[in-house]
Design a protein around this ligand. Structure first.
Ligand code: HEC
Ligand code: HEC
Length: 281
């Protein structure tokens, strides 16, 4: 009899601690799995499936997502903020919400905490090494290298290409360099409009209108019947497709290739240092 009673007490204790764990896992302000090596291991596995595509293996950053091993991040300082970003994504950027097709199958709260434990375990405490001369890079960007013809940084520059003020925070140094040396390898995302749920890729489009005029630029918007194009002089054209003489879209970037003969490795390093310096600290 006594044994059975003990048994019931044990069961009640077990149920109670299960409920407590569940409650803790829902408390968004603190990671209940912080520093837990087993959770970090599970998180690494989840990360590989759901995040590495953009953030790279080892969370060191990939073509589309920033390096998450930097201790100082742009959007996320506390674990709670990180939980929020992983759950809801970052609107207007390529960072998807949990459970949307961009990020694979939906994760449970516990799995998200495991991933956060993993990311924390990968963080390097030393600040990113500033390689290059940012003030020289600024001169080049807005001067001889002509980047500002097409790119806006801190409110100055053109609009044909993406705004680059935040690029130092959202992409790795290597990925930025690759975008300049090989613009067409991976087209930038980020054309956003209030009416659009997803940022659009910067595709290049060339059309010839009924009266024989050629227009070349990037697509801002497109549906089955019409296309909206921004040309190199930042003029926006809204055109009906069936009235066009020709319509060609390519994955050849509208950005010129900057080879080492035009822009040396050192000069490009200075420009990247500038882009990193204007990003969030
Ligand atoms: C489709 C690409 C993509 C996928 C998949 C993706 N991310 Fe991201 N993520 C991004 C981009 C891009 C940003 C940067 C947004 C910006 O600031 O422009 C980002 C930002 C973040 C940030 C904020 C970093 C900071 O500096 O504050 C965290 C944290 C993060 N992602 C975690 C994750 C995790 C964890 C996963 C997997 C569960 C994931 N991401 C999946 C693209 C992605
Ligand atoms: C003639 C216009 C033009 C010029 C000049 C130009 N770019 Fe671009 N750039 C673009 C366009 C359009 C894109 C988007 C398509 C793509 O990703 O290649 C782009 C994309 C980029 C990206 C990728 C951004 C992202 O979010 O992924 C970077 C980085 C970049 N440019 C840097 C530079 C730098 C640095 C210079 C000067 C050395 C420069 N660009 C000169 C038009 C230009």
């Amino acid at each position: 009899m006594l044994a059975t009673k003990h048994y019931f007490i044990l069961v009640r204790l077990a149920v109670f601690s299960l409920l407590m764990t569940a409650a803790l896992l829902h408390a968004d302000d603190r990671n209940p799995l912080a520093g837990n090596a087993k959770a970090a291991k599970a998180g690494e596995y989840e990360f590989r499936i759901n995040c590495a595509l953009c953030h790279g293996l080892g969370a060191h950053g990939g073509g589309r997502g920033p390096d998450l091993t930097r201790a100082v991040k742009k959007h996320t300082h506390s674990d709670a903020e990180m939980f929020q970003v992983i759950s809801n994504g970052i609107p207007g950027t390529a960072m998807p919400a949990n459970g949307t097709n961009g990020q694979g199958v939906g994760m449970t709260d516990e799995e998200i905490w495991q991933i956060i434990t993993y990311i924390r375990s990968q963080e390097v405490k030393a600040p990113a090494q500033a390689v290059g001369n940012a003030s020289r890079g600024k001169e080049l960007f807005h001067g001889d290298a002509n980047c500002s013809l097409c790119h806006m940084v801190e409110g100055k520059g053109g609009r044909l290409g993406p705004e680059l003020t935040g690029v130092g925070g959202s992409r790795t140094r290597e990925a930025i360099i690759d975008s300049v040396r090989n613009p067409s390898r991976r087209l930038a995302w980020g054309l956003t409009e209030a009416t659009k749920e997803f940022p659009q890729e910067y595709e290049t489009v060339t059309v010839v209108t009924a009266d024989g005029k050629q227009i070349k630029g990037v697509t801002l918007n497109e549906d089955s019947f019409s296309v909206q194009i921004m040309d190199a002089s930042e003029q926006i054209h809204l055109l009906e497709k069936d009235k066009l003489r020709s319509f060609q879209k390519t994955r050849q970037s509208a950005m010129p290739v900057y080879g080492a003969d035009i822009l040396s490795d050192k000069e490009l390093g200075d420009i990247v240092a500038y882009l990193i310096s204007v990003g969030p600290k």
